[in-house]
Design a protein around this ligand. Structure first.
Ligand code: SF4
Length: 233
């Protein structure tokens, strides 16, 4: 597993838990609005910046009295074949594990669910399935099918989870977000995230007037009071 970043402490990235964040290198998607573009290449330009697993595990061991869990994010963590082994090492420290995924690896997610290795999943739902490719920059149908399968696996699991969409008015209309929400089950958590123009993969992505997320969220809450709907800026 290539680890390119480590944040020792976060109060925001694991619901209700003080966590550390581990950033893995590499993502097959090319979302124009990606806020961590340096994590997209499979190898970072300077491999001396990679962090050793042992160093991170040692740090986590020493901070166990403060940190209750670890958020593994990217990039896309599931592209690393040794992710399950690493998660096991984290869990042996007695820490909870949250995994952020873009959904590209349903077989990995299926294994992690079956072996109860992840305590919380967060998955990006980039768009309606019909228009998914527009956001991820990959046209192959099987890639979108993979994301859809991962969505179903997480949704049908008993593991706490959230789905979230980064909203860019160049991609999304309110009706698209409604279609995404229509797929959610009773009690699920959904977050609408604003695009951030300060740093992104596609630097020339046109700046558009943002949708009124507060208004959209309020309408969603009225229509689907069985969901928890949050806005993140
Ligand atoms: S925003 Fe898109 S490109 Fe960036 S890490 Fe997530 S899935 Fe990959």
């Amino acid at each position: 597993m290539i680890i390119s970043g480590f944040q020792p402490l976060s109060l925001l990235d694991y619901p209700g838990i003080v966590c550390s964040i581990i950033f893995t290198q590499g993502c097959p998607f090319r979302c124009g609005y990606c806020h961590n573009p340096e994590l997209i290449p499979l190898k970072a330009p300077d491999i001396t910046t990679y962090l050793k697993q042992e160093v991170i595990l040692e740090h986590l061991h020493r901070r166990k009295h403060i940190v209750e869990g670890v958020c593994i994010t990217g990039g896309e963590p599931t592209i690393h074949h040794d992710l399950p082994d690493f998660i096991l090492k984290v869990k042996r420290l007695g820490l909870l594990v949250k995994l952020d995924t873009n959904g590209i690896s349903p077989r990995v997610v299926e294994l992690l669910i079956k072996e109860k290795m992840v305590d919380f999943f967060a998955m990006d739902i980039k768009h309606t399935w019909e228009r998914y490719s527009e956001v991820i920059g990959i046209r192959q149908k099987h890639v979108v099918d993979n994301c859809r399968e991962t969505f179903n696996l997480i949704q049908n699991s008993t593991i706490p989870h959230e789905f979230r969409t980064t909203v860019y008015s160049g991609f999304h209309e309110k009706e698209d977000l409604d279609l995404i929400v229509d797929q959610l089950n009773v009690g699920e958590h959904y977050a609408l995230q604003s695009i951030r123009y300060d740093k992104m993969f596609q630097q020339n992505l046109p700046q558009k007037k943002q949708l009124d997320l507060e208004h959209i969220a309020n309408e969603m809450r009225a229509r689907r009071p069985d969901l928890t709907i949050e806005i993140r800026t």
